[in-house]
Unconditional design. Structure first.
Length: 277
């Protein structure tokens, strides 16, 4: 009887062990059957090193993104995904280092990411786009950001924009008496304190100006961005604002410059689009 029990127990053990041996479906996907009350344990964390590379690395500039992706990626396994929303100044790169190959499925869980920081100049000008200013506030804004004014034929220079800003400051407490549209497209205002002709002054206001600013932090490229200067008169006082002309196109150009640099350095395929988790 004891021998029978021993043989029965061994049979049960053999069946249990056999059921836990890895098997596969017809498509090659492996599986094991775990008896009720038992559990499987992944012992990879107890090994000296993991069995494969995985993880997420967040880089802060293009050079670091290129360096890390180049170190771990290969032409067969790495794909760069570029998520671009030019209307909202959004640009993100995700390098999937273990992406699917032609006939080689991968886990896609080893990634290097980069969301380039926008340049201070870009943030200042786009943040103030279409925002109303008083004469004094607009003058201060122009003075604070005078270095961003580009000297381009057909547009006022930085010195001319500074002179206009100083004119705004000098006439900020006066009232507008008249306005003349000039042949060069600019506008000449006449200011005075109430109706006192002795305090009368005139100044020319430009209708357009050109910026030369970087889009991304650390970039050495200054992109031309045209702006229209607008104004509104109310009770003898002027309110000013500017309208940037198609900043989305400028951002697209800057993004393409970044993508060209990544492509030239790595040679990995670049897909325009978003990849999920």
């Amino acid at each position: 009887m004891t021998e029978l029990n021993t043989n029965f127990a061994q049979t049960i053990k053999d069946i249990s062990i056999a059921s836990m041996e890895p098997r596969s479906f017809g498509n090659g996907q492996p599986f094991i059957v775990i008896p009720e009350g038992c559990r499987s344990e992944n012992l990879e964390s107890m090994m000296i090193a993991p069995v494969r590379k995985r993880g997420q690395v967040i880089t802060s500039n293009t050079e670091s993104f290129i360096a890390y992706t180049k170190k771990h990626g290969s032409l067969d396994d790495c794909t760069i995904y570029a998520d671009v929303d030019s209307d909202n100044s959004h640009f993100k790169l995700v390098g999937v280092i273990n992406d699917h190959g032609d006939d080689k499925p991968q886990w896609r869980d080893f990634r290097c990411e980069l969301t380039p920081k926008l340049a201070v100049e870009w943030v200042r000008w786009t943040g103030a786009n279409r925002k109303n200013f008083t004469q004094a506030d607009f003058a201060t804004f122009i003075e604070d950001n005078l270095g961003d004014i580009a000297t381009v034929d057909g547009f006022p220079s930085g010195a001319e924009m500074l002179a206009m800003a100083l004119g705004f400051e000098a006439n900020s407490t006066k009232r507008v008496r008249s306005k003349i549209n000039l042949q060069n497209g600019n506008v000449q205002f006449e200011f005075a304190e109430d109706d006192d002709d002795k305090t009368k002054t005139t100044m020319q206001v430009f209708q357009r100006f050109m910026l030369g600013i970087p889009v991304f932090d650390g970039s050495k490229d200054a992109y031309p961005l045209e702006a229209r200067l607008k104004y509104r008169e109310s009770s003898g006082k002027l309110a000013y604002w500017f309208e940037l002309i198609r900043p989305d196109r400028v951002l697209k150009t800057a993004v393409q410059t970044e993508l060209d640099a990544v492509k030239a350095a790595l040679g990995f395929p670049i897909i325009q689009g978003f990849i999920g988790k």
